[in-house]
Write a protein of this length. Structure first.
Length: 288
């Protein structure tokens, strides 16, 4: 009987210990993983709420007085391109191949509405019921999002924008329509076929209209420097050709510093990650 009682005691103790360890393990598994902030911003311009995902370089938390440039990205949802671009920004700062940036991802609600401008091409109008809202989306970034980011976080005043496909189209349109909004523009496989390649055919005229002329350029450069542009293209037919043509226009304008890179081994579906890595390294090198 004594032996039986001892076995029962040990068995009960094991059950209790297993329950305790099970609860501890469950608590550990449920601990949240955080890499930044998630901000919900009510937009009067867009008449809707927008989720903004924000990643901070590790230096941001160590250096409490440091101020950092901001890289904005459409297609910035957690189920979109935010996480893999955040990874590039993180490793680039850690391995000293690029400067540390705050990354601000704008999650989509109606992507084809926000990232496209007007079009006269009937084929473009078939892609979605609502298109041509890029002016409003740009105003949201300029008048609502940027002031909120600058108010909440330690920003240096330097800004950049990165996007692929229709987001790349928006990047190029913003450069041509409102070049003062960002210092650097990175467009990967931009959908320049939109509106019968109108951005390409009108690019020189738009630059002359919206960028300071050469007499004003010295003063503008003293304040903000040249506009820096990175364009990358995959092997996708209908995208690489207008991207190449646009880069040639930019290369002839000494108000713009342009880098154009073709990645013929990549498709439209695979190009963003390797092109973004190359672009971030070339556009934002860190002093050794």
């Amino acid at each position: 009987m004594r032996q039986l009682g001892r076995h029962l005691y040990i068995r009960t103790l094991l059950v209790v210990l297993m329950a305790i360890f099970s609860k501890l393990s469950l608590a550990a598994e449920l601990s949240p993983l955080s890499i930044g902030d998630a901000l919900t911003l009510k937009s009067n311009i867009l008449a809707e709420q927008r989720r903004i995902n924000i990643y901070f370089p590790s230096e941001y938390h160590r250096n409490k007085k440091g101020k950092y440039p901001v890289l904005y990205m459409p297609d910035g949802g957690l189920e979109e391109d935010f996480l893999h671009i955040a990874g590039l920004v993180q490793i680039g700062a850690l391995n000293w191949t690029m400067r540390p940036f705050i990354l601000v991802g704008i999650e989509n609600t109606e992507r084809k509405r926000d990232l496209t401008g007007p079009t006269s091409d009937p084929r473009d109008k078939e892609i979605a019921p609502n298109i041509g809202g890029s002016d409003k989306f740009r105003a949201f970034i300029r008048d609502e999002l940027m002031p909120e980011i600058n108010k909440r976080y330690r920003t240096s005043g330097e800004t950049a924008i990165i996007g692929e496909s229709l987001a790349g189209l928006f990047v190029i349109e913003t450069l041509l329509e409102e070049p003062s909004l960002f210092d650097s523009y990175l467009a990967v496989d931009p959908s320049l076929w939109w509106d019968k390649e109108r951005l390409v055919s009108t690019s020189a005229d738009r630059l002359n209209k919206n960028l300071p002329d050469k007499n004003q350029q010295a003063q503008a450069q003293a304040k903000a420097g040249q506009k820096r542009v990175y364009i990358a293209a995959s092997s996708q037919k209908g995208i690489v050709e207008p991207s190449r043509a646009l880069s040639e226009v930019f290369s002839k304008d000494d108000r713009i510093e342009v880098v154009f890179k073709e990645l013929p081994n990549e498709t439209h579906l695979s190009v963003y990650h390797p092109a973004a890595l190359s672009g971030l390294r070339s556009m934002f090198p860190r002093e050794q």
